[in-house]
Design a binder for this molecule. Structure first.
Ligand code: FES
Ligand code: FES
Length: 155
């Protein structure tokens, strides 16, 4: 077992973990952060996306020990008293149906807007190419990200 110290959604944790434990399993099974779903076993879908020191990562392709010393933000920590502008925009634009992809879409979008606060439609589509949605056809997701950008989500 290996000791890790990690901050998740603003709370510090110190845990002994197996070196092979994936970050997504640490979040879900050790910390109970089930807002981060697992959508595939091929690192393909992006449903498990979280922010690690502000950068989006697929938490099924990161070991928990690699997050030692890092600050992780999950969908459960994104709202700060009120919904994050991306959450508000996804709601307003009906950018989800089953919602399975939504935590990953929103966190990947947060990273995208941090790099590019006013993306074009094409830039949103490029930025979210690692996140799959089987319900929406993506149109409303793209609209939501651009709406959040207009609301200053990336600034
Ligand atoms: S569960 Fe991580 S990419 Fe699908
Ligand atoms: S809303 Fe169902 S997978 Fe995206």
């Amino acid at each position: 077992m290996t000791q890790i110290n990690v901050t998740v959604d603003g709370v510090s944790y110190a845990d002994q973990v197996e070196p092979r434990l994936l970050l997504v399993h640490y979040l879900r099974d050790v910390l109970g952060k089930t807002g981060t779903p697992i959508g595939c076993d091929t690192s393909n879908c992006g449903a498990c996306t979280v922010l690690m020191d502000g950068v989006s990562v697929k938490s099924c392709s990161v070991l928990a020990v690699q997050a030692d010393g890092a600050e992780i933000t999950t969908i459960e920590g994104l709202a700060n008293g009120e919904w994050h502008p991306l959450q508000q925009a996804f709601h307003a634009e009906h950018a989800l149906q089953c919602g399975y992809c939504t935590p990953g879409m929103i966190l990947a979008s947060a990273d995208l807007l941090r790099d590019n606060p006013d993306p074009t439609e094409e830039e949103v589509r490029d930025g979210l190419e690692g996140n799959l949605c089987r319900c929406t056809g993506y149109e409303n997701i793209v609209r939501a990200v651009r709406r959040a950008a207009q609301a200053g989500a990336g600034q």
